[in-house]
Design a protein around this ligand. Structure first.
Ligand code: DAT
Ligand code: MG
Length: 152
């Protein structure tokens, strides 16, 4: 099943919004299969944000991401990558729609609370960058049928 890497960024942890943000995914019925609190090293931040290297905001971005602990999650569901991006909202809180995580909890252009993988290729790379295979837990949600099932 599809997986997505989510990072609750330093502002989410420092502002003590982690529980509320994780609830958005849980309420949608999305399954958590990996979760940890950690401090991102500069090496890890550089690898994770390699696609943005050379852009004017890159330096500020990696400094922000290494400045304070983050909570990283692996979410699992059919279509979870797109679902999580919709729940997150547009990149900056000031542009994001109300009802989305970024739209409801912030207005900053520098600090935008959350990262979510943007493609299956990125998700695969990011999950393996942050988690060892044995840190992911394989289990079934007992209400999976009601959450994502068909009626046929
Ligand atoms: P997203 O996080 O919505 O996938 P992205 O992948 O384009 O956005 O950019 C990664 C992060 O880089 C983003 O969460 C915040 C930062 N960023 C992107 N564009 C920026 C800009 N123009 N100015 C400042 N920070 C920016
Ligand atoms: Mg991105």
């Amino acid at each position: 099943m599809e997986k997505s890497l989510i990072i609750l960024k330093p502002d989410a942890v420092q502002r003590q919004l982690a529980g509320k943000i994780i609830s958005r995914f849980e309420e949608k019925g999305i399954q958590i299969v990996g979760c940890k609190l950690m401090k991102i090293t500069m090496d890890l931040a550089s690898e994770h944000y390699a696609p943005h290297k050379g852009k004017p905001f890159y330096e500020g971005l990696v400094n922000y991401m290494t400045s304070s602990p983050v909570i990283v999650l692996v979410l699992q569901a059919n279509g979870v990558i797109a679902m999580a991006r919709k729940l997150m909202g547009a990149t900056f809180g000031c542009d994001a729609e109300p009802g989305t995580i970024r739209g409801d909890f912030g207005g900053s252009k520098g600090f935008n609370l959350i990262h979510g993988s943007d493609s299956p290729e990125a998700a695969e790379k990011e999950v393996s960058l942050f988690f060892k295979p044995e840190e992911l837990v394989d289990y079934t949600l007992t209400n999976e049928h009601w959450l994502f099932g068909d009626n046929d």
